[in-house]
Design a protein around this ligand. Structure first.
Ligand code: GLP
Length: 254
């Protein structure tokens, strides 16, 4: 089931379930990778994208997509976890996607949350994105509190890549990814909302009932730093894809 309507200026697609969303998002990524001369992809970690990445791996194995020509930037990383830590986003991206496709290792970038000078690292990351020509397609999940990347409620829409303090609710939501006894870091480095809004196109993905209030706030509530994802409504090329559960509280335009 696909219903296309427009609760905001963002293009909106309602799909039946997680798998239908994954199939559609993977198709958008494939299309971008195969039709773009110098693709620059902005990736997101999190449970939302696992089925998407599984689909992309299948597509790659079937010869339908190559990642070899692309440059890759991840949205965010925890502060203080080494690159091989099981809960680090670098590890998560490797195991969920990069280890299974032909992405060039020298073109895979994540903020280094173990850098000795984190402000310098944030500036380095911004410069790297600029040098690559900016992000062509940015993927985004949404936090239960409306965060994008790790830009928590209250984040400025002009924000750049920087160190942030994580909300207690975000740390709790992400706890399952950490081994028992390993505390969730209190800080992360994230692309800022200003950085994200410079991407030429953006795909926001929401699945599952837990995301329904945040998605409704993002698309139907005020455009305000109180809901970071609402910033996307000022971007000219945003697509929002949601399954029925995540879309349950949306006021959909007829
Ligand atoms: C995480 C990440 C985001 C992610 C979001 C939703 O904390 N920083 O990049 O998109 O929150 O995560 P999930 O897909 O696991 O619900």
């Amino acid at each position: 089931m696909t219903q296309t309507s427009s609760p905001t200026q963002a293009a909106f697609e309602l799909l039946a379930d997680t798998e239908a969303v994954a199939t559609r998002v993977a198709a958008i990524i494939r299309h971008y990778l195969t039709r773009t001369a110098d693709p620059v992809l902005g990736w997101a970690t999190g449970e939302t994208f696992r089925p998407v990445y599984r689909q992309l791996i299948r597509d790659h194995r079937a010869g339908a997509v190559s990642f070899a020509q692309a440059v890759h930037f991840n949205l965010d990383e925890y502060v203080g976890l080494g690159p091989d830590h099981p809960a680090a986003f670098r590890t998560a991206m490797r195991t969920a996607l990069f280890d299974h496709v032909d992405a060039a290792p020298e073109h895979i970038h994540l903020p280094n949350g173990s850098a000795p000078d984190l402000d310098e690292e944030a500036a380095r990351y911004e410069a790297l994105i600029k040098r690559a020509g900016g992000i062509g397609l940015q993927l985004l999940g949404i936090g239960r509190n409306g965060h994008i990347g790790f830009n928590e409620p209250g984040s400025s829409f002009e924000g750049r890549t920087r160190v942030v303090r994580l909300a207690a609710s975000t740390r709790e939501a992400n706890r399952a990814a950490f081994p028992p006894g390993c505390p969730v870091p209190e800080r992360a480095i994230t692309m800022g909302i200003g950085t994200i809004l410079e991407a030429r196109s953006i795909v926001l993905v929401a699945t599952g009932a837990a995301k329904a209030p945040a998605l409704a706030a993002a698309l139907n509530g005020p455009v305000s730093p109180a809901c970071p994802a609402s910033a996307l409504r000022v971007h000219p090329a945003v697509r929002v894809l949601a399954d029925r559960e995540a879309a349950a509280r949306l006021a959909l335009a007829a």
